[in-house]
Design a binder for this molecule. Structure first.
Ligand code: 5GP
Ligand code: ZN
Length: 114
């Protein structure tokens, strides 16, 4: 866990562009944005990936969606729609193994995903 990039960002050891923070969640701008809004929403608790969510730690996921909904209501770029993505595992494209939810807004998005 000490080598986790996102734990270091939460601790302030690596700088980030903070959007929002509370007792259990941290939101910051992705370093390589793929949309006008590209934020990463992460729990402060280190959870490696979506498949590690269980009955003990799932509460933070519902809180994350509450935070996303609140931020969406506060930012104009979200008014026509937005996308939330969590890549789980290498085949899905996960590169940082601290669970994170990409929040994308400000343009149209294709479906199905690549
Ligand atoms: P994944 O590929 O695991 O779904 O998403 C990881 C995301 O973290 C990528 O979109 C990548 O651009 C972002 N990322 C990687 N390193 C850093 C960093 O040091 N700072 C920030 N803000 N984002 C990062
Ligand atoms: Zn971590």
């Amino acid at each position: 866990m000490n080598d986790c990039l996102f734990c270091k960002i939460i601790a302030g050891e690596i700088p980030s562009n903070k959007i929002y923070e509370d007792e259990s969640v941290y939101v910051f701008a992705d370093i390589a944005p793929t949309a006008p809004v590209h934020w990463l929403v992460i729990p402060k608790e280190h959870i490696a990936k979506l498949s590690d969510i269980n009955d003990k730690n799932s509460g933070v996921v519902s809180h994350i969606y509450e935070v996303i909904s609140k931020l969406a209501a506060e930012h104009e770029e979200f008014k026509n729609g937005f996308r939330v993505v969590s890549n789980c595992g290498e085949s899905a494209g996960q590169t940082v193994f601290h669970i994170h939810f990409h929040v994308l807004a400000g343009r149209d998005f294709a479906w199905p995903a690549g």
